[in-house]
Design a protein around this ligand. Structure first.
Ligand SMILES: Nc1ncnc2c1ncn2[C@@H]1O[C@H](COP(=O)(O)OP(=O)(O)O)[C@@H](O)[C@H]1O
Ligand SMILES: [Mg+2]
Length: 241
């Protein structure tokens, strides 16, 4: 863990609530979530389907507004930012791996991965050389000119991971990042993520069902019915309440 970090927690949430719909048909996806993601760690979130994991990731990554509670990311209170500030903040500081990959169809792998850099103002040349480097790291160097539909599910998932990492974000948020990967590739991805988590002022959140990768977690929190019901991991014991 980094000892001289700028932020005590990369993510600090208290009493997060989020409902979809209103009245008798409402779904209460988050019902008072308290969560801290500490500098330098890989935090894993596990729990049954429908318990609110994706909703929690969406709120933390500013893609969804919360109904009540507070959420600070990298020391910024999300509720105090307007839509434009939030979207700039998101592009500059976060990388995502979505459950369904969300790659741009009909566009080369290289172009998919350069998007976050071009948005961030990098030149095309610089963006492409960074994209090639990360694709190489993830074993996709020879597929840079393919389009997503020419790749296997596992390759698409690695492209999504390359896109999430290419702009060196401080917070990396992954929804089931290894679900389509074999054991070996899953390990490569987790080692890449761990490497990133250990860089200054960085952290990684991974939602997963994949028990093959739990040994990469610094802590694991369990969710059920929109709340966090428990946590394990040595680091928890050292934290003041
Ligand atoms: N956009 C949405 N509209 C309505 N209900 C939703 C929406 N997104 C999620 N939900 C509901 O919120 C609950 C939590 O969903 P989700 O966060 O996707 O769970 P998980 O990722 O743990 O499977 C579920 O009951 C789900 O049906
Ligand atoms: Mg989900």
């Amino acid at each position: 863990m980094a000892m001289n970090a700028t932020y005590p927690s990369v993510v600090h949430c208290r009493g997060l609530t989020k409902a979809f719909g209103v009245g008798s048909t409402a779904t209460y996806a988050l019902q008072g979530v308290d969560l801290d993601v500490r500098v330098g760690e890989i935090l894993m979130i596990m729990g049954p389907s429908g318990c609110g994991k994706t909703t929690l990731l969406s709120v933390v990554s500013t893609l969804l507004d919360l109904d009540a509670g507070t959420c600070e990311v990298l020391g910024r209170d999300l509720a105090r930012m307007n839509q434009i500030e939030r979207s700039r903040f998101r592009c500059a500081t976060m990388g995502f791996v979505f459950q369904r990959f969300n790659l741009l169809p009909g566009v080369s792998i290289l172009d998919n991965v350069t998007v976050p850099l071009l948005i961030g103002g990098h030149s095309r040349k610089d963006a492409e050389s960074r994209a090639v480097r990360i694709l190489d790291e993830l074993g996709l160097r020879d597929r840079t000119s393919a389009s997503p539909n020419e790749l296997s599910g596992g390759q698409q998932q690695r492209v999504a991971i390359a896109r999430a990492l290419v702009h060196n974000p401080k917070l990396i948020v992954c929804d089931e990042p290894t679900s389509a990967l074999d054991q070996n590739t899953g390990q490569v991805v987790m080692e890449t993520l761990r490497d990133r988590a250990r860089q200054t002022d960085r952290a990684v959140i991974v939602v997963t069902h994949d028990t093959r990768i739990v040994n990469y977690a610094d802590r694991i929190v369990r969710m059920e019915d929109g709340v966090i019901i428990g946590c394990n991991g040595a680091i928890e014991a050292e934290m003041p309440s």
